[in-house]
Write a protein that binds this ligand. Structure first.
Ligand SMILES: [Fe+2]
Length: 231
């Protein structure tokens, strides 16, 4: 079934076209079956792109998230795919090891992944475990951004135990991003202000960062960055 165009104000949105090929994969998650748990806003002294960058590689897990998500997720391994301007980046949860002992036909692979999607330019959809996080960046200046995260859960928190479970879940995600990622990013922003570092170089193990920043430049009609050689 073709999704019908949604409208916002006077503008018609063709959701399928905006997802640029991601629609079937996201449809698999059956987001309509999820329930809103909490929405949380915060403001940071950093450029919005630095905020998005934090979702786009995993080798920092073992250093920055040693106590929070590194025990749950493997670092420095992932699967990247571009979908037009959008992208997907799949990280493996440590629980994926248990699939070795199961016939492939029985694998419930998404359960063992943390799936990150950039819906270009400012939205990040993260699906992991039993929840979905929807992050929106609202740029407020060159070095100021508001981030809004909405936590969607797989079933309503109908009991006190469920409420406690999801509250703990939200606390872990806020700790990871708001106590670990974004404060470090604010430090990077401060360093950029000094002007001593005119550019940063992304490694070959950071395809999602390459794609995101190339796409930003293209959207702004800027030439490729110096030294960039798109594959
Ligand atoms: Fe991080």
């Amino acid at each position: 079934m073709q999704p019908s165009p949604a409208t916002e104000g006077d503008a018609a949105l063709d959701v399928d076209a905006l997802l640029q090929g991601l629609a079937p994969e996201i449809k698999n998650y059956d987001l309509a079956g999820y329930t809103h748990f909490r929405t949380y806003d915060s403001e940071w002294n950093l450029n919005w792109k630095l905020g998005i960058d934090t979702f786009l590689e995993s080798y920092h897990f073992g250093v920055l998230h040693k106590q929070s998500i590194h025990p749950i997720l493997h670092r420095n391994v992932g699967a990247f795919d571009a979908f037009g301007e959008n992208l997907s980046l799949l990280f493996a949860r440590r629980s994926i090891a248990m699939l070795k002992d199961q016939p492939e036909a029985e694998w419930d692979l998404p359960k063992h992944l943390a799936s990150v999607y950039i819906l270009f330019p400012t939205t990040v959809l993260v699906r992991q475990g039993e929840h979905v996080e929807l992050w929106h960046a609202f740029p407020r200046g060159v070095d100021a951004v508001q981030f809004r995260v909405t936590l969607l859960i797989s079933e309503p928190a109908a009991t006190e135990a469920a409420e406690a479970h999801w509250t703990k879940n939200l606390a872990l995600l806020l700790k990871t991003v708001e106590e670990e990622d974004f404060p470090v990013r604010e430090g990077i922003q401060q360093s950029f202000k000094s002007g001593d570092q005119p550019h940063i170089t992304f490694g070959r193990n950071e395809p999602a960062l390459h794609h995101f920043h190339r796409t930003v430049r293209k959207a702004l009609n800027m030439p490729p960055a110096a030294g960039d050689s798109p594959q």
